[in-house]
Design a protein around this ligand. Sequence first.
Ligand SMILES: [Zn+2]
Ligand SMILES: [Zn+2]
Length: 349
Amino acid sequence: MKAQVFYGPGQLCYEDVPIPVPGAGEALVKIEVALTCGTDVKTLRRGHPVMIPRVPTVFGHEMAGTVVAVGRGVTSVREGDRVVAANSAPCGECPLCRAGRANLCEDLLFVNGAYAEYIALPPRLTAKNLVVVSTALSAARAAFVEPLACARLGIERGRVEPSHTVAVFGHGALGCLLAMVARARRARVVVVGKAGWRLDRVRALGLGEMVDAGAQDPVATLRALTEGRGVDVAVDATGHPEVWEQAIASVAKGGTVVFFGGCAPGTSVRLDTQRAHYDELTLVGAFHHTPQLVRRAVDCLESGAVVPDGLLTHQMSLAEVPGALELMARGEALKVLIRPDAEEERSRS
Ligand SMILES: [Zn+2]
Ligand SMILES: [Zn+2]
């Protein structure tokens, strides 16, 4: 089969590799659709010690497909099931897993290999985070499960309610998914971004009100939009410390700030201690997802509560993954849909 194999920073090679044979507990999935992700861009540039502990490995981590074979002992899925796989599986046994915080598992197993025609999913992932989806759900939508599960965590950590005004800082794919999940909870949503084609695109998706942080002071604008009170929940999806500070400054008394976007190592933010104390601010991180959130994300997509189609800006073949990631790196794509079978058809003709 064809696969995009990662050998280290800057080294992605399009190669012929054997179709994996599923061992005991494993499921072999024929990949229908993979999606590019901002994490792929970062990982290709500088590696990722947590998500990619060993190289070489097939690259990519957002995918949906069909089970074509299972190894001995697999009972959770069978041949012919349409499935979506998360990109990790928790151990289920460490103190954090037992406390219901599997996203923080001390032994989170990460799985890569979406940019290929097939993937053999390891036993733990097959058992815990490979979910059967209905035949009515397209693979292109199902592949959004992983980032959507992360977005659901962010909105749940913010305890968003229908009466809330929620500001989402950042209008990349995850900012948009956060806005969609908050909208699905019937909250009022304001997306803070910078003018350009992406903001226009997001505006066209009708996710909520828009603030152009390049032209307006976002904190003052958010306060003006809320009669001076500030927003109930602010979510950072940019991973910039200065934006974290804006998010903190924009929440109302009793407000919640969700730190969803990871900042560069070694950075820090200034916190107004008076506000943190007298306004009883809740400042909370949100990282990754849990098996429960993965299933809720599937429900969200199956019920149509979240329809992510508008975030797909391009469609490319497996061979074109490097070009897709360049588009992402230049900020010219939100998400690129990769179809391995488009590749096969081309090479056959
Ligand atoms: Zn991702
Ligand atoms: Zn664990």
